[in-house]
Design a protein. Sequence first.
Length: 119
Amino acid sequence: QTQLVESGGGLVQPGGSLRLSCAASGFAFDHYAIGWFRQAPGKEREGVACISSNSAKTNYANSVEGRFTVSRDNAKNTVYLQMDSLKPEDTANYYCAAGLYYCSVYDYWGQGTQVTVSS
């Protein structure tokens, strides 16, 4: 059974940090690029970051460049999103997706983890 499970979300104050995890199972994880997305209520889904299957390439949305870092551990079938200097506008449901092509079409999607940035 193909599965992507996000974890690590929660409530954090502005300026704080969180690390999200995306644990994969049921497919050849090390062959797939992974993307992180977010969606806030009433807003369109936004691509946040993506990482190639071998970690050689990463890409970030302008809104998070310099604050977020995506990484992966293929031995653990897990991708991480380190989020620093969080802002209230980062509040959203964050979820990961897997696809065979870097920063392109995604085949598998997780359910998401909620991140709330508020004082």
